[in-house]
Design a protein around this ligand. Structure first.
Ligand SMILES: C[S@@+](CC[C@H](N)C(=O)[O-])C[C@H]1O[C@@H](n2cnc3c(N)ncnc32)[C@H](O)[C@@H]1O
Length: 364
C-alpha cells in the first residue's frame, strides 16, 4: 500500500528529529521511512547499493534493519557524513572526550591558514572559537571518536557563519557574536543521546567516494538498489555546501552533469534537441544505469527517486526518459509512482508549470 505521506517521504523532512538520521542536515535527502517502505513493499533483500548515497539515509536504514549495504557519492562531505552516521561507537570513549571538550579552556586560535574567501563568511570572533574546537577535535586519538565530533562541528558551521542556505544557493547574512561552545556542545550532546537510543547493529556499510558514472561494482554482486540522483537543473551542491567543503575538505566536488557541461564531447546525440544541460544529464544517467544493470543480480530491483527539470520555457520530465533508457538496457518497469508535484519557477519568480517527483521501480 502506498503511504499517504509519500510526498513528505521523498524529502528530508521525515528525518528531522530522528535519532542519528539528522546528525547532518542534508536538504536533498529522502526520509528513512521511504526506505523502510520500499524494502517492505518490494521485499528487497541485502546487499543494497546506493550510488548517490548523499547523507547516508539508505545505508543507515539498511543498518537499522540489520542488512548489508554499500554507498558511494562524489562529494567528500556526503561520504564523511554517511560514514560517521553508520559507524559503531565506543560510547564510554565518546563521553570521556565530550567532558574534555566541555572543560577545555578557551584560547585564541589563529585563523589565517583558512582561505580568505571562506574567512570572509565569518565574524572573526566566531571563527576563532570554531577553530579552537576544531583543533581540540584534531587532538582526539581515536579516529571514529574524532570524526564523530567533527561531524557535530561541521553540522553547526552554517549556523556559526554569516551565511544561510536558501533554495539552491548560499547567501550572506550577518549574525554577530555567537556562543560556539553552546551550539557545538549542544549538538554533540544530542548526538550522544541518540547513540544511547539508537538500536545498535553490528553492521557497518561500506562507504566510498566515487563517481557513479565511472564506478563499477563486480558483476551481479548486488541484490537491490535504492537511490536518488541529483535532479536535472536543480540544486547546485557545490554552492550550497561551499562553506563546509572549502573549510573542512579544501576541495571542490565534481557532480553528475545536472549543471555541468564540462565535456560536451561525451554527450549522446540521441538527446539533441534538449537544452545542453539536459543532454549532458541524460548522457550521464545512461552511463550510471548501465553500471547499475551490470552489478545487479538477475531479478534485482532498482528503485529511483527523481524529479524533472525546470527550464525558462519548459519542463522536462526525467522519469519518462530514465524509464526509456532503463528499458533499452533490458530493465523491466514494475511501477512508476508519483510522489508529489513540484512548482517549476523560471528565474525564481515566474511559475511555468509543475514537474513530477516519482519513484521508479525497475527489475533486472
Ligand atoms: C539527491 S542527493 C542523494 C540524497 C540521499 N538520498 C540522502 O538521503 O541523503 C544526490 C547525491 O548525488 C551526489 N552526486 C552527484 N553527482 C554524482 C556522481 N557523478 N556520482 C556519485 N554521486 C554523485 C551528490 O553529491 C548528492 O549527495
Amino acid at each position: 500500500m502506498i503511504p499517504e505521506n509519500l510526498n513528505e517521504l521523498v524529502t528530508f523532512k521525515g528525518n528531522i528529529g530522528l535519532a542519528v538520521y539528522d546528525w547532518f542536515y542534508f536538504k536533498e535527502g529522502f526520509s528513512r521511512d521511504l526506505i523502510f517502505w520500499l524494502i517492505n513493499e518490494f521485499n528487497l533483500k541485502e546487499k543494497i547499493f546506493d550510488p548517490f548515497c548523499g547523507s547516508g539515509t539508505t545505508l543507515l536504514a539498511a543498518k537499522e534493519l540489520n542488512m548489508n549495504s554499500i554507498g558511494i557519492d562524489v562529494s567528500p562531505l556526503a561520504v564523511f557524513a554517511s560514514k560517521v552516521k553508520t559507524r559503531n561507537y565506543d560510547l564510554k570513549l565518546i563521553e570521556k572526550e565530550f567532558n574534555e571538550l566541555k572543560n577545555a579552556r578557551f584560547e585564541n586560535s589563529r585563523t589565517d591558514f583558512i582561505d580568505k574567501r571562506i574567512r570572509e563568511l565569518f565574524y572573526n570572533k566566531n571563527l576563532e572559537q570554531l577553530v579552537f574546537y576544531w583543533n581540540k577535535i584534531k587532538e582526539i586519538k581515536d579516529e571514529k571518536t574524532r570524526n564523530f565530533f567533527l561531524l557535530a562541528l561541521i553540522d553547526v558551521t552554517g549556523q556559526i557563519s554569516n551565511t544561510i542556505k536558501v533554495g539552491g544557493s548560499l547567501r550572506k547574512k550577518k549574525k554577530g557574536f555567537i556562543n560556539v561552545k553552546r551550539i557545538f556542545l549542544g549538538k554533540a550532546n544530542k548526538m550522544i543521546k541518540d547513540l544511547q537510543e539508537f538500536k545498535a547493529r553490528k553492521i557497518e556499510p561500506e562507504v566510498m567516494q566515487a563517481d557513479a558514472r565511472i564506478f563499477r561494482l563486480p558483476k551481479e554482486s548486488i541484490n537491490n538498489i535504492i537511490t536518488s540522483p541529483p535532479y536535472l537543473n536543480k540544486i547546485e551542491y557545490t554552492s550550497v555546501y561551499k562553506l563546509e567543503l572549502g573549510l573542512y575538505f579544501q576541495q571542490q566536488e565534481t557532480r553528475l552533469r545536472a549543471f555541468i557541461s564540462d565535456n560536451i564531447s561525451l554527450i549522446n546525440e540521441k538527446f539533441s534537441g534538449m537544452p545542453l544541460i539536459a543532454q549532458a544529464y541524460f548522457s550521464d544517467m545512461e552511463k550510471v544505469l548501465a553500471n547499475l544493470y551490470d552489478c545487479l543480480k538477475s531479478n534485482g530491483m532498482l528503485c529511483i527517486v527523481v524529479a524533472g527539470g525546470c527550464f525558462p520555457d519548459k519542463v522536462i520530465e526525467s522519469d519518462e526518459i530514465i524509464i526509456s533508457l532503463a528499458e533499452e538496457l533490458n530493465f523491466k518497469l514494475i511501477e512508476k509512482i508519483t510522489a508529489r508535484k513540484i512548482d517549476c519557477m523560471a528565474f525564481r519568480t515566474k511559475l511555468i508549470g509543475k514537474t513530477r517527483e516519482s519513484i521508479i521501480i525497475l527489475e533486472k
